[in-house]
Design a protein around this ligand. Structure first.
Ligand code: PGA
Length: 239
């Protein structure tokens, strides 16, 4: 069974109240229900075989328990992911949230996003340590790469190709080039099973990436903050 990953990166957005609204407005939930693709028919058939949409919401840590409860209450097929993880073991590391704590809520973690590299000076060395902690605690890293030359540590199965110039700019990478980079990454790192694309993805263009046989999903920032836009995007995603 193939998976299409649709990953919402909420970044530093949303309060508890706003998150509850994202989930609670009946009309928004109906959009998901009516699309049926994700709620009723969780397995979708296509010419290439059956596949499943793996929808992962990555909220700020402050929203973890709110989202966990909302997802359970509404029986939505969403997984939770973190946007970052501590490079350390649990202990005296003020301000850090460790992998064991994340695992209480979610299964995934975004690691090495270019906004953190740029704004917080995260290095490969630090990002590798974070990956190690994630893997050790059973979290699946969604490992961000900026181009085909970004180093990927052992154990990473999902790489997210996110060219910095495409993030939040409305100027997405062309599907052909994303396909080319994904191909290079997969041949360079045979352990990488899935390459996803991120950078100004919306419901109108999602399909052009997912149709490429090297690309198995998208990482979405801006368009994931509006539940109607996000639901439209989920609906459009198919192999
Ligand atoms: P964007 O962000 O969809 O707003 O371009 C993507 C990302 O940074 O993950």
């Amino acid at each position: 069974m193939k998976k299409v990953f649709i990953i919402a990166n909420w970044k530093s957005n949303m309060t508890v109240e706003e998150a509850a609204r994202w989930f609670e407005e009946e009309s928004n939930i109906e959009v998901f229900i009516n699309n049926a693709l994700i709620l009723k028919d969780k397995t979708v058939q296509s010419e290439d075989g059956d596949y499943q949409k793996e929808i992962i919401i990555c909220p700020p840590y402050t929203l973890f328990s709110t989202l966990k409860k909302l997802i359970e209450d509404k029986k939505l097929p969403f997984k939770i992911g973190a946007q970052d993880v501590s490079p350390f073991e649990p202990g005296a590391y003020t301000g850090e949230i460790n992998a064991r704590q994340i695992k209480e809520f979610g299964d995934y973690v975004i690691i090495g996003h270019s906004e953190r590299r740029k704004n917080l000076g995260e290095s490969d060395d630090l990002i590798f340590k974070k990956t190690e902690q994630a893997l050790k605690n059973g979290l699946t890293p969604i490992y961000c790469i900026q181009d085909e030359n970004t180093q990927i540590p052992n154990g990473v199965k999902i790489a997210a190709y996110e060219p910095p110039g495409a993030i939040g700019t409305g100027n997405p990478e062309t599907p052909d080039n994303a396909h080319r980079v994904a191909g290079v990454v997969k041949s360079k790192y045979p352990g990488v099973e899935d390459v996803i694309y991120g950078g100004s993805v919306n419901s109108e263009i999602i399909q052009s990436y997912i149709q490429k046989d090297t690309i198995s999903g998208v990482l979405v920032g801006g368009a994931s903050l509006d539940p109607v836009k996000f639901a439209a995007l989920v609906k459009e995603a198919s192999f």
